[in-house]
Ligand binder design. Structure first.
Ligand code: GLU
Length: 281
């Protein structure tokens, strides 16, 4: 009886050690790389050029995704000062995760089946929809069905580029590396419309340099479930991040983060928000 008990305790201790080893493994890839060197440091991929979502200005990082990342990091035991922000353009997100260059990505990153083959997701933490951004005086583009003969811009590796190609077969689509390049081209007249998530488009339309010059059409034609991307199969980390998202929603932080970051652009979250995060698999 006594021996069996000790055996059970030993087995329990061994399990705890294994779990601890797993835990430091997933965190360790952050600390051992070019990050701060702190074992609790996290490298987090965000966008650097999307106002209201992920924006770098000097050494300041702002936006909904930045605040979500800070909240989650804190729950994981990492202070803001120990976060290394890494630029994560749409087409590079899966690679940044699978090569261990980041521990997680919080970058308007839609959960999709094909991405799930390469990375795991916690979430969703927000639901957006794909829309169109046009010049304020353009009355000819009223939705995806009026895009025939128009020059459209989106970003390589985004669901936006994929969706619109399906929605409007034969569309004249140009893909850039970032949405800010598309918006500059729209403003200069080189292209006629930009397509991506309404959250992103609202942020540009409200930016000082474009205020009154650009408008969001306002007819969303997809559902974009934003998730936090992590290394494929890291269920322990996925569960921790999912719990953090749940508490962010239930303790009122989600609402504050959304109001603070999307409110200034006049963006109102659509149906389904706040979402219920899915179970990790
Ligand atoms: N949410 C979409 C995606 O993950 C479009 C926005 C983006 O490219 O970040 O592809």
């Amino acid at each position: 009886m006594k021996t069996r008990r000790i055996g059970a305790v030993a087995a329990g201790a061994a399990l705890a050690l294994t779990l601890a080893a797993c835990g430091s493994d997933s965190g360790g890839s952050s600390g051992s790389g070019s990050g701060g060197g702190d074992s609790k440091g996290l490298k987090i991929g965000i966008k650097f050029d999307q106002p209201g979502l992920g924006l770098k200005k000097g050494s300041d990082f702002t936006g909904m995704d930045v605040d979500v990342a800070k909240y989650v990091a804190k729950k994981l035991g990492t202070d803001e000062a120990n976060i290394t922000w890494v630029q994560a353009p749409s087409a590079q997100r899966e690679t940044l995760i699978s090569t261990g260059q980041v521990n997680m990505i919080v970058a308007t990153y839609s959960i999709t089946d094909s991405r799930k083959e390469k990375v795991s997701f916690a979430g969703p933490y927000f639901i957006a929809g794909q829309d169109l951004l046009v010049r304020a005086d353009d009355t000819s583009i009223t939705g995806p069905d009026s895009l025939k003969g128009k020059k459209l811009c989106s970003v390589t590796g985004s669901t936006s580029a994929q969706n619109v190609t399906k929605e409007v077969p034969g569309i004249n689509l140009q893909n850039f590396g970032t949405y800010s390049e598309c918006v500059a081209a729209l403003s200069s007249g080189a292209i006629d419309a930009v397509t991506t998530d309404d959250t992103i488009l609202a942020g540009y339309a409200a930016q000082d340099q474009y205020k009154g010059k650009l408008k969001v059409v306002g007819k969303p034609f997809s559902t974009e479930n934003y998730g936090i991307g992590i290394k494929k199969g890291d269920t322990a980390l996925c569960n921790q991040v999912t719990d953090a998202i749940k508490s962010m929603i239930s303790d009122g932080s989600w609402q504050k983060i959304v109001d603070d970051n999307l409110g200034p652009a006049g963006y109102k979250p659509g149906d389904g928000n706040p979402p219920t995060p899915a179970a990790c698999s």
